[in-house]
Design a protein around this ligand. Structure first.
Ligand code: NAD
Length: 355
């Protein structure tokens, strides 16, 4: 297995391979970049088919966190951890305590939070062995989804203002794909702001709830990306923007919470050529990490301040407006504009730290 020459290695600062025989823990912690501050990122538990797959995932995800934190303006760098195992059968308190011990051994260079397969109680178990955790319930920020939805809502407002000249969302049609933790809360915010909703989910009960609560129209999972609407908000899976879906899109704005929305990087240009304004995923869905960073920063002594956290999350709208303007000025895709602006921020911070 190659590490330094791994295609996803990029310029990672540190990788820690964590093994605890007693609890059966096999995990990897990746620290991509700490030039803006300690690395912050969730822990994912997944039954990876191989160690190579786990390594590729953690490298890709931790790099992504560096870009996300930089554009969210946070004093954090990018990191991530993965536990190799099935979250339904392989969890134990000993396993998470052991992982907490490894996090603690990094002396604060990595701050752990929840991610796919990891729940708040798991992070609380890690906290028995380390102070470097975020996103725990007691006095903390808890579930990141409401903050994520709030950020996406402000992102949609900024994108609609930029592309459609809309001063508010009254009467704007938004097609929401996925009515989970983020999607349903987003629908509530959009409905309260006067938007018209078209929704889709694999779960028929959720669709029914949205219909009853928000008077939403519905579409099948196959059709939601191509319904008549001004905004398409992917809030389910990744890679929904692909060679098949992009030519069929009728919306002129794509702005949603899903991670890794572009199946391939170049598809940012397919959207640009079609005149569709794309709100880069890791910028618009940063509400959760902004919220968690407030808790991590407040430490053990100061209480978490929800109002201050949500005020910063609302700033995602302004960040996106700046990205849209920069992309236009440079004649590049918004996805590239976001990457360039993020790189400027974390490389400049690194240069300052080294000086
Ligand atoms: P979730 O699991 O609560 O909800 C996802 C919903 O999408 C489910 O209701 C599921 O039935 C539905 N779905 C799956 N496939 C679908 C399809 N083909 N068509 C329609 N619906 C489909 O997840 P979530 O926490 O709401 O997150 C949604 C997305 O946002 C994910 O991509 C996630 O990675 C991303 N995200 C979430 C957060 C957060 O704070 N929760 C933060 C950043 C990014």
């Amino acid at each position: 297995m190659s590490v330094f020459t791994h295609p996803e290695f990029d310029a990672h600062e540190e990788l820690v391979f964590c093994r605890d025989a007693a609890s059966g823990l096999s995990a990897i912690i990746a620290i991509h970049n700490t030039s803006r501050g300690p690395s912050l990122g969730g822990c994912r538990m997944w039954p990876y088919a191989s160690e190579e797959e786990a390594l590729g995932d953690v490298l890709r995800l931790s790099r992504g966190m560096t870009y996300k934190s930089a554009l969210a303006g946070l004093p954090y760098g990018g990191g991530k951890s993965v536990v190799i195992g099935d979250p339904r059968t392989d969890k134990s308190p000993a396993l998470f305590e052991a992982l907490g011990g490894f996090v603690e051994s990094l002396g604060g260079r990595y701050v752990v939070a929840e991610d796919v397969g990891i729940s708040v109680p798991d992070v609380e178990t890690m906290a028995k062995r380390t102070a470097h955790v975020a996103g725990v319930t007691a006095g903390g920020s808890g579930d990141p989804s409401p903050a994520t939805a709030y950020g996406v809502f402000h992102g949609i407002k900024a994108a609609a203002a930029h592309r459609l000249g809309a001063s508010d969302l009254t009467g704007i049609r938004v097609a929401v794909q996925g009515l989970g933790h983020v999607g349903f809360e987003l629908c509530r915010l959009l409905h309260d702001a006067g938007a018209q909703l078209i929704v889709s989910d694999l779960n028929a009960e959720q669709v029914m709830r949205a219909k009853e609560r928000f008077g939403a129209a519905t579409a099948s999972p196959d059709a939601i990306a191509s319904v008549e609407a001004e905004v398409y908000a992917p809030c389910a899976l990744g890679a929904t923007l692909n060679d098949r879906s992009i030519p069929a899109l009728k919306a002129s704005v794509v702005a949603g919470s899903a991670n890794n929305q572009l199946a391939r990087r170049e598809q940012g240009y397919m959207l640009k050529e079609r005149g569709i304004l794309y709100a880069p995923d890791y910028v618009i869905n940063a509400g959760g990490v902004i919220n968690i960073s407030h808790e991590a920063r407040s430490g053990q002594s100061e209480p978490y301040d929800r109002e201050a956290a949500f005020a910063q999350v609302a700033g995602i709208g302004k960040t996106l407006s700046d990205i849209f303007a920069f992309a236009e000025q440079q004649g590049i895709a918004t996805s590239d504009a976001a990457d360039r602006l993020a790189e400027e921020r974390f490389t400049a911070a690194g240069a300052k730290k080294a000086a």
